[in-house]
Design a protein around this ligand. Structure first.
Ligand SMILES: CC(C)(COP(=O)(O)OP(=O)(O)OC[C@H]1O[C@@H](n2cnc3c(N)ncnc32)[C@H](O)[C@@H]1OP(=O)(O)O)[C@@H](O)C(=O)NCCC(=O)NCCS
Length: 168
């Protein structure tokens, strides 16, 4: 029997190409048909390998889920940006390649991110997703998040609602 190793770890600069690919695939899968095509393509194009190489050096913490050498997804986290919310930490992004969704990796990345923020002294956590991203809002609810905030994001003139979830 083969054993698959699953490792959630901080990204290294040499992961940049693989994270860029995970970003492209997961964003296309999550947002095609939701975010206007041009705006989505622009957001994806902006984050090529170089962008991720710099991201791996901070200021946000960049975690990857490494499944037997394949970067299956990533999470970015750091200080909460929404001044109206008292929680100190935030998971900015949490994305998995489509073929790696639904097998517990989101759970593992989310909980490692939460643990890390706590260990850095952050009290409480915020995470945002688009209201129409059904699997993201379902996921945050299933992890015990309460939806307490909302906002709007403009994508080339198309306004989409986002929901803010909090954890104590
Ligand atoms: C949202 C997303 C990150 C969730 O990750 P995922 O790997 O698909 O989800 P998981 O397999 O970890 O979790 C699925 C379920 O199993 C549960 N679960 C998984 N592992 C578990 C474990 N070890 N113990 C207890 N529960 C577990 C989860 O709580 C969840 O519950 P549910 O059955 O009520 O849905 C992922 O689907 C994704 O990348 N989606 C697209 C991108 C996106 O929208 N990101 C969010 C915006 S930032």
């Amino acid at each position: 029997m083969k054993t698959l190793t699953i490792d959630v770890r901080r990204a290294e600069p040499q992961d940049a190409a693989a994270i860029s690919e995970a970003h492209r695939l997961s964003w296309q899968y999550a947002y095609a048909g939701l975010i206007p095509h041009k705006a989505l393509s622009r957001m994806i194009e902006r984050r090529r390998e170089d962008w991720w190489r710099k991201a791996a050096r901070g200021p946000a913490t960049l975690l990857v889920a490494d499944v037997a050498g394949t970067i299956a997804g990533y999470a970015t986290l750091g200080l909460n940006r929404a001044r109206a919310l008292p929680q100190e930490g935030e998971i900015y992004e949490l994305y998995l390649r489509p073929e790696y969704q639904g097998i517990g990796l989101g759970y593992t990345l989310f909980h490692e991110g939460r643990r890390l923020l706590k260990s850095l002294g952050c009290s409480g956590l915020v995470a945002w997703c688009l209201e129409d991203s059904a699997n993201a809002s379902h996921f945050f609810r299933s992890q015990g998040g309460s939806d307490v905030a909302e906002g709007m994001e403009d994508f080339d003139g198309v306004e989409l609602k986002k929901i803010g979830f909090i954890w104590a």
